[in-house]
Design a protein. Structure first.
Length: 364
């Protein structure tokens, strides 16, 4: 069998889709994906990420916009002619077929002879580390093994684009981590351009070369995991991706690179104007991640009282009530004798560095 080209680019060009009711599912989505990249479509349930995946696969015809794979506009092509492989959340294996037959199903549909199908199925089962499972039925495999079979089946047609719809959602935590590593290894070996739909922020940040964050059908940000986590462009991205403390305040002075903000909690800090230009005297929401706060022994920062301490293995999280009555969380790595502070302890907190606080115009 001749190999189909792998690692083709994918362009989602101004894609909008409306339901028959007129409600927007996704609106003006633009993604320019390089060949061989892993992209995570990240967002809460109902944000439009699975709809976008189904549009790319050809299961749904978008209302507006174009899907371009390589140099080809594929909007008029059915799913079986788009060179797209897909792994569904429930794996969708055929229960009456053997594992080998499941893997080779797409090849049979393409008229490949039986001997070639069997050879290719065995090669793929070896690739996903299931070389002895060819004659078993899906019910005889664990959830993680079934997922590997579904992945092998998707790879069998030598797709240009691989689409994974919440592929790890049904797995327990330890197996989920193992499968994330396995899928990333297989993607690097094959070089196939891959899109993963997920609502799990850690999964998106650890697996993807770039992350597209969606909310209410709109693209909030598309960038590297470090950009999305450390330099969020919207308040939604800052609060949805990872954990953050939201602290209200007033802008004392600001330029394009830095803003001095007086927090309602009683301190002046320097923050990055993440949501565009900030006006002097304007109300803002400052976001500081728990791991970016530190306890200080001088009069800098802002005062608070420890309300609760949670030892979490490698870290200790303290919940602190500030002067304005709001609660903030502080996460410390457990190094040496690092211990949880007692409830009621008076403390002072400050950001580790000015660039680690993000300021957004306050919303009503």
């Amino acid at each position: 069998m001749a190999d189909a080209p792998s690692g083709r680019s994918l362009v989602v060009d101004a894609v909008t889709h409306r339901y028959p009711s007129g409600a927007l599912a996704v609106e003006n989505i633009n993604l320019d994906i390089k060949g061989g990249e892993i992209i995570a479509l990240l967002g809460p349930s109902g944000c439009g990420k699975t709809t976008l995946l189904r549009i790319i696969a050809g299961f749904i015809a978008q209302t507006q916009g174009r899907i371009i794979i390589g140099d080809d506009i594929v909007d008029s092509l059915p799913p079986n002619r788009r060179a797209v492989g897909i792994v569904f959340q429930n794996y969708a294996l055929f229960p009456h077929l053997s594992i080998s037959e499941n893997v080779a199903y797409g090849l049979a549909a393409r008229g490949i002879d039986k001997a070639s199908r069997q050879r290719e199925a065995q090669r793929l089962l070896e690739l996903v580390q299931l070389p002895t499972m060819a004659e078993r039925l899906p019910r005889q495999l664990s959830g993680g093994q079934q997922q590997r079979v579904a992945l092998a089946r998707a790879l069998a047609i030598k797709p240009s684009i691989l689409l994974l719809d919440e592929p790890f959602a049904a797995l327990d935590k330890n197996l989920r981590l193992d499968m994330q590593i396995e899928v990333k290894r297989l993607q690097r070996v094959s070089g196939i351009t891959t899109l993963i739909v997920t609502h799990d922020q850690e999964e998106a940040l650890s697996m993807a070369d770039r992350v597209a964050v969606l909310s209410h059908g709109k693209l909030e940000q598309f960038g590297s995991p470090s950009d999305v986590y450390d330099r969020p462009q919207t308040l939604f991205v800052n609060t949805f991706v990872g954990s953050t403390n939201r602290m209200p305040g007033v802008v004392i002075s600001a330029d394009r690179t830095a803003a001095k903000v007086r927090l309602d909690a009683g301190a002046e800090i320097i923050a990055r104007p993440a949501g565009g230009a900030l006006a002097e005297g304007g109300r803002v929401t400052v976001c500081i991640r728990p791991e970016h706060l530190q306890f200080v022994g001088d009069e800098t920062g802002f005062a608070g009282v420890v309300g609760m301490s949670l030892p979490l293995g490698a870290t200790v999280v303290h919940e602190v009530t500030t002067a304005d009555g709001s609660g903030v969380k502080v996460s410390q790595a457990r190094i040496g004798e690092t211990r949880a502070l007692e409830n009621g302890a008076a403390v002072r907190l400050a950001p580790l560095a000015p660039s680690l606080a993000n300021a957004f115009p306050a919303t009503l």
